[in-house]
Design a protein around this ligand. Structure first.
Ligand code: ZN
Length: 239
């Protein structure tokens, strides 16, 4: 019986449509009701200064549980003895970038020293991962014309910086990021502090609830049809 009732009920809209079409029902305006799906809000979560085995591994676990891909700007001297962590990042769909070998100010260097910091890290990552398409984030965001000329890849800065290293207060960091985040933001955090890992996972949960999708830096710019070019500087993909 239930099934029959449902079938009959399903006939009603069709019936009303034909009545309206025949012009013998009450006058009804049929507006275009087709709604296009809203463009998703995109955001890129980026982490500097790692990897640090304990905190980075816990972050990777949390991101995997949430189906989120992030971008990691790595210190070459940390990569050397944690290649398995870096391989896991790559295998799980995260993007990898260079953050120099020893976390130095790139603007202070001549070409040979720049190369020892950036090209050496690039070679180490290539040897670790088997590909060679790494972004660069200069420590402290410091850059000049030489850095752009020698980078050999796109230079990625950020648009949301909660300064998570300052007080290691997860609640404050969550609040700072969630209130400042907008479609196309690049968030800067550090995966070397336990509180930053706590904050990052809470940020993912809160921004997911607001309809944001998390993607890597490459995916963010590709989704906006913005090409990333070597030696150019990018800090957001705002529409
Ligand atoms: Zn750094």
């Amino acid at each position: 019986m239930k099934q029959i009732f449902r079938r009959r009920a399903a006939l009603w809209p069709a019936l009303l449509f034909f009545v309206a079409l025949a012009g013998c029902g009450p006058a009804r305006t049929v507006d275009a009701v087709v709604e296009l799906p809203e463009e998703p809000k995109l955001v890129a979560l980026t982490f500097d200064d790692g990897p640090r085995r304990a905190t980075t591994t816990r972050l990777l676990d949390g991101l995997a549980q949430r189906g989120v891909h992030a971008t990691f700007f790595l210190i070459g001297s940390q990569v050397e003895y944690q290649q398995d962590v870096v391989q896991r990042m790559d295998r799980e769909g995260h993007q990898i970038g260079i953050h120099t070998f020893d976390h130095v100010e790139l603007t202070e260097l001549n070409h040979a020293d720049f190369s020892a910091q950036v090209d050496t890290t690039r070679a180490l990552l290539k040897q670790t991962l088997g590909h060679n398409d790494f972004l660069l984030r200069p420590p402290y965001g410091l850059l000049d014309e030489s850095v752009k000329q020698w980078a050999g890849c796109p230079i990625i800065l950020w648009s949301v910086d909660p300064e998570d290293w300052k007080d290691r207060d997860a609640d404050r960091v969550v609040q700072a990021v969630v209130s400042a985040c907008r479609d196309g933001s690049i968030i800067l955090m550090h995966d070397i502090y336990p509180e930053s890992v706590d904050a990052a996972l809470e940020i993912v949960d809160q921004l997911h609830a607001q309809g944001y999708l998390f993607c890597t830096v490459d995916e963010l710019f590709a989704a906006r049809s913005l090409p990333l070019e070597a030696g150019q500087v990018y800090s957001n993909a705002y529409p």
